[in-house]
Design a protein around this ligand. Structure first.
Ligand SMILES: *[C@@H]1O[C@H](CO)[C@@H](O)[C@H](O)[C@H]1NC(C)=O
Ligand SMILES: *[C@@H]1O[C@H](CO)[C@@H](O)[C@H](O)[C@H]1NC(C)=O
Ligand SMILES: *[C@@H]1O[C@H](CO)[C@@H](O)[C@H](O)[C@H]1NC(C)=O
Length: 470
């Protein structure tokens, strides 16, 4: 996941203000009755999906498939050989699963390689610093950079001490507020440090828990601002250097990074379908991204989301169901660099936007599910609320606002309804973009539930008589 989490309460409040009480969110009570009746007609189908995914022969399948995949391939950063192997693996697996129209759509993705890297505090005493270079960072000269450190806790402090920063390594020890708010130190910390003449920057990892773990991620240089090497350090080391600095102790760090930016590489979005029976040209997309960072196994980000999306098509096929519209699985590539594969997919397919019914992405984990997040017109939201009631057998019926997902954002910005899985995020940023993102954090029972929700929503929306209003 690369995007920023948003609040949703205001939107709900405003909808109530706009539509009052005699019509629900702009839908007349007669139409609402008709929608309720149509959706309620899917109760038995929903139950059979839930039974198969949670209690039946497909129990733990998405988890088992994911573990085989990540144990075999490992992590899959954009441009890497591992990502190529992963795409080939999935192409074969989807064909073996007898899904329709299995295909690879070519795109170009960034190819950044971290190379060898290390950091050492050499004054006031020698201490190894665990680091991970940030995606897109330049390397240091081969002999490395040795410089005095200035520790700041915010961009405002950096500005006010700009004169002290020249020629130094800026260490950001920003407090963790939330991912959405704190991630700005990772994404533009190097550019801000370069503006005041720093020679490198080290960012306290954007994580809600650390056992001396660095957490990488993409960062952006700014046009017209010098590029300086940048890496994340652990919360423990950022706090250590902040305490030393507050006592007036001089700190010197030696940083070595072998990072290289290669020319863009060939890659593919991986696609498979269950072709619709009545309106095959109309599409519901279910998706997750196949690429990951180059640490851990990429099991959580976003192996879980990718594999419950595959599971949705498998469950529908196993039950012999065929919705009126096409359900299309897309496993995006190059998500971590800003939805690169998904953006090219959008550019190629936007001419068919009138046929895009709903875009779904799961990219914030597959932990204990809480419900679905939805972006779309109030009239469409009413329908989605009814669809969620079909998940009463597993008691996960809540619909939230503001769907998330870098890869589906291009369609949502153009007005297509979007949906994302909301799960218990309390542990997500413990593991995010770190060596800790492994199969060990996944839970088969939660994945079964996530897959059930994902499948019921995709199937029912794809089978309703009309497309979602937009
Ligand atoms: C699925 O996983 C759960 C939790 O580990 C386990 O109790 C259950 O027996 C598994 N089911 C199958 C079919 O392997
Ligand atoms: C997808 O599969 C269906 C049924 O197998 C076929 O009729 C259709 O031509 C295929 N579409 C594409 C784009 O390959
Ligand atoms: C259903 O979920 C809600 C939270 O959304 C919880 O408060 C309630 O206790 C659950 N009910 C059952 C029967 O598990």
């Amino acid at each position: 996941m690369k995007t920023i989490l948003k609040a949703s309460v205001l939107t709900i409040y405003m909808l109530h203000m706009c539509f009052g009480t005699d019509s629900q969110h702009g839908v007349s009570s007669r139409k609402l009755q008709r929608i309720k009746k149509e959706v309620a007609g899917y109760k038995d189908v929903a139950k059979s999906i839930i039974n198969l995914a949670v209690y039946g022969s497909a129990q733990n399948r998405s988890y088992d498939r994911l573990s085989l995949f990540v144990d075999t391939i490992g992590n899959r950063v954009s441009g890497s050989d591992n990502l190529k192997k992963a795409i080939k693996y999935m192409y074969n697996a989807l064909q073996e699963d007898k899904l329709q129209n299995v295909s690879l759509e070519p795109v170009k993705v960034p190819h950044w390689e971290r190379g060898k890297e290390s950091a050492m505090m050499i004054q006031p005493r020698k201490k190894n610093l665990a680091i991970l270079g940030l995606g897109g960072s330049i390397g240091t000269p081969p002999e490395g950079i040795s410089a005095e450190v200035i520790v700041v806790s915010s961009f405002a402090e950096l500005k006010s001490r700009a004169r002290e920063a020249k020629g130094k390594i800026v260490v950001y020890n920003e407090p963790y507020v939330s991912y959405g708010e704190t991630v700005q130190y990772r994404s533009r910390g190097a550019a801000e440090a370069a503006k005041v003449g720093a020679v490198a920057s080290l960012i306290r990892s954007v994580a809600s828990l650390s056992i001396n773990s660095p957490h990488t991620g993409w960062q952006d240089y700014e046009d017209g601002v010098p590029k300086i090497p940048t890496a994340c350090i652990t919360i423990e080391d950022a706090e250590l250097m902040a305490r030393l600095a507050s006592r007036g102790v001089k700190i010197v760090v030696q940083l070595q990074m072998g990072a290289v930016q290669h020319p863009d590489a060939d890659s593919f979005n991986t696609v498979a379908e269950i072709v619709g029976s009545k309106y095959p040209e109309q599409v519901v997309i279910v998706s997750g991204h196949l690429d990951s960072w180059d640490v851990g196994q990429g099991a959580m980000d976003d192996g879980g989301g990718a594999f419950i999306s595959w599971e949705a098509l498998s469950l529908i096929k196993d039950l012999g169901l065929r919705p009126k519209r096409t359900i299309r699985l897309v496993l995006w590539t190059g998500e971590e660099q800003g939805g690169v594969g998904a953006h090219q997919y959008y550019e190629k397919h936007k001419k068919d936007i009138g046929n895009m019914d709903l875009v779904m992405e799961s990219d914030t984990g597959t932990f204990r599910p809480l419900g679905m997040q939805f972006s779309g017109k109030p009239e469409a939201r009413v329908i989605m609320s009814e669809v969620m009631q079909l998940l009463a057998p597993i008691n996960i019926t809540k619909l939230y606002d503001n769907a998330e997902g870098t890869d589906i954002s291009f369609w949502m910005q153009a007005g297509v309804p979007g949906a994302s899985l909301l799960d218990d995020l309390s542990r997500y940023f413990w593991f995010h973009h770190s060596e800790g993102d492994t199969m060990t954090v996944q839970n088969p029972v939660w994945m079964n539930h996530c897959a059930a929700i994902w499948t019921v929503v995709a199937y029912v929306v794809a089978d309703l008589e009309e497309m979602l209003p937009r």
